[in-house]
Design a binder for this molecule. Structure first.
Ligand code: DHB
Length: 310
């Protein structure tokens, strides 16, 4: 038994795409849905208007696939494109509409438009995009995060969660959890990319992506310990009604098992999904199933959140 529940939504498989990867076009989203082991789909974070994003090159695989660096700059087709898609047919899996305004007011307007639409799926407010020049990652500013969520819940009545950046200080976990626990959030998705890393090509003595003088968000296998720490630390601090999506560095069934031990309800896969395409979910599911058989577990509920300390 490998399922999860977030609010009123039942996920029959545990795997989502991490927003940004394989989800910018309707065709990408259809391809994800066509895969049997896909638990649900997440859209590219939408802004009010279509954006081209940052100049190329803006994505680079590093250390033979063990990581990625990106500064995409929110290329997306605009909220209406994703709303049109989500309202164009009925889905047999839950859908998550991700939005990432580049200002306080844009975030509010995006959510007002979703509230006023016929969309009845899940929404995820991305508080952690590191790649828009001049725009800070909102969730590193606790006061602004509190202000946005206070404003949002004055009018937003649909199921909603937030996407967080990684934190690296235990005091920051206390602070963000205290804020999030004040609100009727359905989920927290952790982590976004590890912001503003740098990769260098030794032969050319140059950075490898063009935007922001080469600085970009780091993803892939190398961020797994950070992702696990964030899910564990937040699970221990968030109220039980806030479910968790674990994201960051998953490449195998073992990694999925580790996120579940930390308390993740679902997991999402970014960098490695880009490498392997949606069929990765079948591999991860069969690897997880094999681990469960070997350990004698018949349901993920028997070990979810049960990480042992020494
Ligand atoms: C982008 C990157 C992110 O990590 C994010 O959360 C949103 C957008 C981007 O560069 O497009």
């Amino acid at each position: 038994q490998m399922t999860a529940q977030i609010g009123n939504f039942t996920f029959k498989h545990l795997f989502l795409n991490a927003s940004g990867v394989y989800c910018r076009t309707k065709q990408n989203l259809d391809d994800l849905l066509d895969n049997q082991a896909t638990g649900g789909i997440v859209t590219k974070s939408a802004t009010l208007r279509s954006r081209k994003g940052n100049p190329n090159p803006r994505y680079h695989s590093i250390l033979n696939g063990a990581g990625s660096i990106n500064s995409m700059g929110l290329p997306n087709y605009g909220l209406q494109y994703y709303l049109d898609y989500l309202l164009s047919k009925s889905f047999d899996k839950p859908t998550i509409l991700s939005v990432a305004g580049t200002s306080f007011d844009e975030n509010i307007e995006l959510l007002k438009q979703i509230q006023d639409s016929d969309y009845q799926g899940m929404t995820e407010l991305n508080l952690s995009c590191p790649n828009v020049v001049g725009k800070p990652q909102i969730a590193y500013d606790f006061e602004t995060t509190n202000k946005i969520l206070t404003e949002v819940f004055k009018f937003f009545k649909k199921p909603i969660g937030v996407k967080l950046p990684p934190y690296f200080d235990l005091n920051h976990f206390d602070q963000i959890a205290k804020i999030l626990n004040q609100f009727p959030l359905d989920h927290v998705n952790s982590i976004n990319s590890v912001g503003n890393g740098l990769w260098i090509d030794i032969e050319t003595e140059s950075v490898v992506i063009k935007p922001k003088k080469g600085f970009g968000g780091i993803g892939g296998k190398m961020v797994l310990p950070t992702g696990l720490a964030n899910v564990r630390a937040l699970r221990e601090r968030l109220k039980p009604s806030i479910k968790m999506i674990g994201t960051g560095g998953i490449t195998s069934g073992k990694d999925v098992f580790a996120y579940l031990l930390c308390g993740a309800d679902l997991v999402s896969v970014g960098t490695q999904l880009g490498i392997e395409s949606p069929k990765i979910f079948n591999r991860l599911e069969s690897e997880l199933a094999a681990i469960m058989v070997e350990k004698g577990y018949t349901s993920v509920n028997e070990f979810r959140g049960k990480l042992k300390s020494l």
